[in-house]
Design a binder for this molecule. Structure first.
Ligand SMILES: *Cc1c(COP(=O)(O)O)cnc(C)c1O
Length: 412
């Protein structure tokens, strides 16, 4: 559920009219709803309330400082995948002791920063990374909290580009190899094996894949415990899907409660790393209709938002709901909703039934996750403005980029 609703054929975000905000702040424009974010945060908290847990918001879904600050104030930790994300969390007031650091390609300087600020855990993805960490710890005379990210070889039944837990993916360590590494490093002076981690994919719309993954983690934990290795936490990663158009994903409570029950035998802390399900439906991308065009074959609705602002349709063929912020009477036509970028793949939606006129504002729903955070300056388009609406109050949480900022680091 979210707080973007039509009243008298006009789209509102909480108590404010989207088209009015679009006129005032100009388009393309991201708008987020505070009530929706708070509702989602509460739903995740409730799902794990009956056991020790830590929710580590996956920063890459949307890394705006104000949103990170909101999660930090809710007591959440963070899952980061780069030095930039770690620095954002610190900048936003996040607690480094609640940060887990994932990723197959952490650089030496990224590991040094993570060790120096004292994060909760490094989710290590290879033996080579462990060896590098061993050397850095010896040099810096610090210990490193480590979880191995295993690859449970499970089909997350999602788009291939966002499946991460199959044995042909680059992510994680095969379970058998992870077992050996845990035992090898069990009593290491610097590397503290404190957790076990998996993240099998994104936009999962059923509970089976994550339960399978939980089962694999539980089995490995049991074996390690029998060998005298006590792990403090299990981390199930993120991946819960959302409704973009026709999907029917489980609710956060049902999804994570099922996981928690599966792990009833594990007395330690349960960590999860949700990203998409927290922010996707708390945001829309608002774009203005520049003109309509008909080539005798197809109707095109040319808008000022593009793959530079929202690349999911072009990158994953993502099918996102598009609505007119002011619904009007008329016969709908099937439109290709396309942006101004010089790429045939620059579209926001295919074959959308719309009643639309130049100057209208369209809203792409579900754009809060992997929207702004994946945006780029392609075609020298400035990164757009972002607003956070709380009832009838509006806050600019990112100013539109200026043209001067586009080339400020370039030398002539
Ligand atoms: C991307 C990612 C997540 C978040 O995935 P969502 O599908 O957005 O919930 C969590 N953990 C890791 C390691 C990731 O790479």
């Amino acid at each position: 559920m979210d707080f973007f609703n039509f009243k008298d054929s006009r789209l509102y975000v909480e108590d404010l009219e989207v088209a009015k905000l679009a006129c005032e702040y100009e388009t393309p424009l991201y708008i987020y709803s505070m009530a929706t974010l708070q509702r989602h945060i509460a739903a995740f908290n409730r799902a794990l309330a009956d056991r020790p847990h830590l929710i580590c918001y996956a920063v890459k879904a949307n890394s705006n400082l104000t949103l990170l600050n909101l999660m930090a104030r809710a007591g959440w930790g963070f899952d980061v995948v780069s030095e930039g994300e770690l620095r954002r969390v610190l900048q936003a007031g996040g607690d480094p002791r609640k940060v887990v650091f994932s990723g197959v390609g952490k650089s030496e300087s990224e590991l040094r920063l993570a060790l120096s600020v004292g994060i909760k855990c490094l989710n290590v993805e290879s033996e080579a990374e462990l060896q590098l960490l061993e050397r850095l710890c010896a040099e810096l005379k610090v210990s490193a909290p480590v979880a191995l990210r295993v690859n449970p070889d499970v089909d997350a039944k999602t788009h291939p580009a966002i499946s991460t837990g199959l044995k042909n993916n680059k992510f994680g360590i095969p379970v058998a190899q992870a077992r050996e590494l845990y035992l090898h490093y069990k009593n290491h002076p610097y590397l503290k094996m404190c957790g076990l981690d998996a993240h099998i994919g994104s936009q999962m719309t059923s509970v089976e894949p994550i339960l399978y993954s939980a089962e694999k983690l539980l089995t490995l934990w049991t074996e390690l415990q029998a060998q005298g290795l006590e792990l403090e936490h299990l981390d199930l990663g993120g991946g819960l899907g959302v409704v973009y158009r026709h999907e029917t994903p489980p609710q956060p409570y049902d999804y994570y409660h099922a996981v928690s029950e599966k792990l009833a035998a594990f007395p330690g802390e349960l960590c999860i790393e949700p990203g998409r399900a927290v922010v996707a439906n708390a945001g829309v991308l608002v774009t203005k209709v520049l003109r309509l065009k008909d080539n005798g074959h197809k109707h095109f609705c040319v808008v000022d938002g593009s793959m530079s602002d929202l690349i999911r349709p072009a990158l994953y063929d993502a099918d996102m709901t598009i609505v007119n912020c002011n619904e009007h009477e008329g016969t709908p036509l099937l439109y290709e909703v396309v942006g101004p970028v010089c790429e045939s793949d620059d579209f926001l939606g295919h074959e959308r039934s719309l009643v639309v006129r130049p100057g209208d504002f369209l809203a792409v729903r579900g754009a809060g996750a992997y929207g702004s955070s994946m945006s780029s300056n392609y075609n020298s388009r400035p990164l757009c403005c972002e607003l956070l609406v709380d009832e009838d109050r509006v806050q600019v949480i990112r100013k539109r980029q200026s043209y001067e900022q586009l080339w400020e680091n370039e030398l002539l």
